[in-house]
Design a protein around this ligand. Structure first.
Ligand SMILES: Nc1ncnc2c1ncn2[C@@H]1O[C@H](COP(=O)(O)OP(=O)(O)OP(=O)(O)O)[C@@H](O)[C@H]1O
Length: 321
């Protein structure tokens, strides 16, 4: 019997762990003649942190854009909690998927608190008349929104900077603010696009803790990141995209040790890769040539060694004296 010793303060309404939250099937995205993403399947379950890695240009961000309504996939289907995603990003956010961007997209001249309040607009029901007339319903909703926004700022550690302008925050804190703003839409799935880009090791470690805390609130997380240590520490499952296709998927240990992944990152062909036979042939020829040249140089090397060590100074003699 196993005992779960973790105490999780799960958000109300969060699905039971293990339920499929995101189900992407056969997602393909073409830009003219370029296929940026080809036939990718990926699921994310509740309670999971899933990593999406791959070399530059592998199609990770394009795939994210297909999950968030920024792009409508050329082929394939994306479902969130069993519903096909609407083809508009604000509707996807309202459905329960929030994201951050590779390049920070904050309202630089608004305060930290105002940035989070903007993120809450999909969850506030007060209409135009209520806002214009500023009746009691509007004030109640506004107070509740501010309270929730402050709670989120406390959660990411920015509550004391609520009134600062976003542009005055250091880089690492701007990334945290982006996460708080994404959380303000009360998502069931959070997509993070390179959340530690430009961070120092301490900030990266703090972000790792923050993502664990988000997961512990019942929010599933899908994260793109180039920092492998971060990904392998954090993720329950990792999928690897290479040239738009999913090459490997598995737990951190399996992916880390997979020679196809290592080869993809080092730019070396993996078994059965196009051109692998030719590369093997060239390598064999080079190895053979190397052996021959080593044999050819042996006598010369021996002569040089002899010159340095006259015959009466045989190995070990120094120590014998
Ligand atoms: N809007 C677009 N129009 C045309 N081509 C695009 C578009 N967006 C991306 N691409 C191309 O699709 C491919 C995948 O790009 P993408 O940005 O998704 O890769 P990535 O894995 O996120 O890369 P990186 O790790 O460098 O951010 C690239 O060849 C890119 O040039």
């Amino acid at each position: 019997m196993t005992t779960d010793t973790t105490t999780k303060d799960t958000a109300p309404g969060a699905p039971a762990p293990g339920q499929v939250v995101l189900d992407a099937r056969g997602v393909t995205m073409r830009f003219g003649g370029l296929t940026a993403v080809r036939n990718v399947d990926l699921t994310v379950n509740s309670g999971e942190i899933v990593g999406l890695i791959g070399p530059n240009g592998a199609g990770k961000t394009t795939f994210f854009n297909c999950l968030t309504g920024l792009y409508v996939p050329t082929e394939g289907e994306v479902r969130y909690r069993d519903q096909v995603l609407p083809p508009k990003s604000f509707k996807v956010t309202a459905a329960g998927i929030a994201r951050t961007f590779q390049n920070i997209r904050l309202f630089a001249n608004m305060t930290v608190l105002e940035n989070v309040l903007v993120g809450r607009h999909t969850r506030t029901k007060e209409g135009l008349w209520s806002a214009l007339l500023r009746g009691p319903g509007f004030h109640r909703a506004e107070a509740a929104s501010r309270e929730r926004a402050m709670e989120l700022l406390r959660f990411v550690g920015l509550d004391r900077k609520a009134e600062h302008l976003a542009r005055n925050l250091p880089y690492g804190e701007q990334r945290k603010l982006e996460i708080a703003r994404a959380l303000a839409s009360e998502p069931g799935l959070l997509l993070l696009d390179e959340p530690t880009a430009g961070m120092n090791p301490q900030e990266t470690r703090a972000t790792e803790e923050l993502v664990f805390a988000i997961r512990d609130q019942g929010i599933a997380v899908l994260v793109i990141e180039h920092d492998m240590r971060f990904i392998f520490n954090l993720c329950d499952r990792v999928a690897v995209l290479v040239q738009g296709e999913k090459l490997v998927e598995g737990d951190s240990a399996a992916v880390q040790g997979d020679e196809r992944v290592i080869a993809a990152y080092l730019g070396e062909p993996f078994e059965d890769a196009p051109g692998a036979a030719e590369v093997a042939e060239v390598e064999a020829a080079e190895a053979a040539a190397g052996t021959e040249s080593a044999e050819a140089t042996e006598p010369a090397e021996a002569a040089a060694a002899d010159a340095e060590n006259p015959t009466d100074a045989a190995p070990g003699k120094e120590n014998d004296r």
